[in-house]
Write a protein that binds this ligand. Structure first.
Ligand code: NDP
Length: 330
């Protein structure tokens, strides 16, 4: 028995994960699991201690896996599996240098995230949180012709920054609302997705100038960091609505605040911010024309369970030297 245990590979899991993934890990019987068994994030000191000597690491997007963590893990670390499609929290260059494989969770969260983006867009453009508050606080005195008016999708131009898996799924869902024209940017033109939406591949300037709704769904990489800044917002129409469900750092939040306060754009809806959680005294939270959600893009029970199982299976496959169900090409 002792010899079998000695052969088990050691993994560290940085949080309590949804039951489907937990079951995959425990039933596999091929690794000894050490886990930060909590709903709350692991403190840095616990993470550094926990990863030491491990063969595998299952982490979340809130865990920054940088050089320090990789050094603490040491040379045994073969695989990192993240419970997310975004991987901007992983020091990819260092990981690559050390020959560590990475698993992630694309595709399976696309529908849930696209659905949430549409919900956020409608909530922002039709001023739902503000309206609900007025009903509760007695601000609803009578029916008034221009009270709580917003902007509709019918006949509009929608600009999608990053027509990847999620961007495409958002476009597909918005089309039946009567959107007249889709514009998009990506590093490369996306011929198939663009044909489906009759979307035009345009410069970011043209997208900013001509869109009634700007939706950010690109990945966070050095080129997209701070991309939505003062210059960008100044190019947008005063009647336009800005939505971000990618990563907070794509947006310069001070510039966004100025644009909202000065009426350079009509409204913003954010599912992602810098930092997360956003401190409750952040100026953006004082604005009626800014709707902020706590990073719930993929938050359906089924999606999170499927993500959890995929992350566990990626980890196991990586440990066994097999093809992962979803491996990030480094
Ligand atoms: P994809 O890789 O399919 O799409 C990312 C898109 O970003 C690609 O079309 C890519 O273009 C584009 N892109 C990259 N760099 C640039 C750039 N410099 N300018 C314009 N576009 C660029 O990923 P997904 O659609 O699956 O996910 C997108 C992102 O959404 C994730 O990286 C993650 O950060 C975020 N996300 C947020 C969630 C939430 O809860 N709010 C949930 C899930 C994901 P190209 O293909 O040409 O390189």
């Amino acid at each position: 028995m002792t010899s079998v245990l000695q052969q088990l590979m050691k993994v560290f899991v940085t949080r309590r994960i949804p039951p489907a993934g937990q079951a995959v890990l425990t039933q596999a019987g091929v690794c000894s699991i050490q886990q930060w068994d909590s709903e709350e994030p692991i403190p840095q000191a616990e993470l550094l201690a926990g990863v030491a000597g491990k063969d595998g690491l299952l982490c979340l997007l809130s865990d920054r896996i940088d050089k320090k963590v990789l050094d603490a893990a040491g040379p045994n670390l073969k695989v990192i599996s993240t419970l997310s499609v975004g991987y901007d929290h992983l020091a990819i260059d260092e990981i690559k240098k050390r020959g560590i494989r990475v698993g992630y969770t694309p595709d399976i969260l696309t529908d849930a995230t696209a659905e949430l983006t549409v919900a956020l867009l409608l909530a922002t453009s039709r001023r739902l949180p503000e309206s609900i508050l007025e009903v509760k606080n007695g601000g609803w005195t009578t029916w008034k012709p221009l009270w709580m008016c917003g902007y509709g999708l019918s006949g509009s131009t929608v600009g999608i920054i990053g027509l990847g898996r999620i961007g495409r799924a958002i476009g597909y869902r918005l089309k039946p609302f009567g959107v007249k024209r889709f514009l998009y940017t990506s590093r490369q033109p996306k011929l198939e997705a663009a044909a489906e939406l009759k979307a035009e591949f345009v410069s970011i300037d043209k997208l900013a100038k001509e869109s009634d709704f700007v939706i950010v769904t690109c990945s966070l990489v050095p080129e997209t960091q701070g991309m939505c800044n003062r210059d960008f917002f100044r190019k947008m129409k005063e009647t336009s609505v800005f939505i971000n469900t990618s990563r907070g750092a794509v947006v310069n939040q001070e510039d966004l605040y100025e644009a909202l306060v000065n009426g350079e754009i009509a409204a913003a809806g954010l599912d992602v911010t810098t930092p997360e959680p956003l401190p409750t005294d952040n100026p953006l939270l004082s604005l009626k024309n800014c709707v902020i959600l706590p990073h719930i893009g993929s938050a359906t029970y089924s999606t999170r369970n499927v993500m959890s199982a995929l992350a566990a299976n990626n980890l196991l496959a990586g440990l066994n030297g097999e093809d992962m169900p979803s491996e990030l090409k480094l």
